[in-house]
Ligand binder design. Sequence first.
Ligand code: ASN
Ligand code: ZN
Ligand code: CA
Length: 329
Amino acid sequence: SWDTVETATGNSVYSGTVSINTTQVSTSSYSLKDAAHGNGTTCDMNNKTSGTCTLFTDADNVWGTGATSNRQSAAVDAHYGAAKTYDYYNTTFGRKGIFNNGTGVPSRVHYGSAYVNAFWDGSSMTYGDGSGNTRPLVSLDVAGHEMSHGVTERTANLTYSGESGGLNEATSDIFGTMVEFSAANSADAGDYLIGEKINISGNGKPLRYMYNPTLDGKGIGCWSSTTKNVDVHYSSGVGNHFFFNLAEGSGATAYGTSPLCGSATAVTGIGRTKAAAIWYRALTTYFTSSTNYKAARGYTLSAATDLYGKCGTEYKAVQKAWTAVNVTG
Ligand code: ASN
Ligand code: ZN
Ligand code: CA
């Protein structure tokens, strides 16, 4: 009988030729349904914003061409991104999908006409094709970012405004980046840039820079009393900059130069695996809907204590990394 899990080849827009999981549905038809990742599916909105999303099917189980003009190519990226995000949370934290119940999610691609965004709506992922020079919004970091909004929603549920909104956005940039690193894909290697593949502004620049958030023109790299007043995609800079310092250190690093705020002293990184473990524990154990940056400092120190002990290297690095973004004790 059919409905068997297949390992298929996909030619993606951004991640090269990748392995994806599909399902055989008849003698000569396969679908983008991934029984190895909670039955996550990928479907085509056919450039509409409502109505049926049509599950992708294919006769030979070789998907996409890598060209944006091929409708399956972006679907391959989304399907791969959903699987890699599922794998990151499961392998790293034992979290079984966004809902932690083993269920995957639908990914809806080709949403709307010239739609330059992607979003999580509480149950599904949706991706636009971009407009003009902007490419489809289906890169690994964008997929990991959006699905991490689902994880935040199901855990701390950080309110999407003010400083808690900045922490919500930073959480998505942090784990979107961790998904990108964990996939170890040579066509889309890990970095601390967000959206570097999609050319969102048409100038070849990424959307955000975690090592120096000011490089996007509006991001906040150092906390101040006005951080709460800016859009959450800019106040996230404080959290992104903290995470970079904690993972990679301040100053010149392999992934960019992180400036110190004020008179802070240099930070030596503890590596992104430990930094992400501290953030995830803080997110899932201590953060609440109203957590602000000052509280996040205390909660990540509690998380570091839980994981690595009180006043060890990791604990002190968390202190220094927050002080380096002007979130002081
Ligand atoms: N792409 C935007 C974001 O994730 C849209 C949204 O859901 N706020 O930040
Ligand atoms: Zn977001
Ligand atoms: Ca990236």
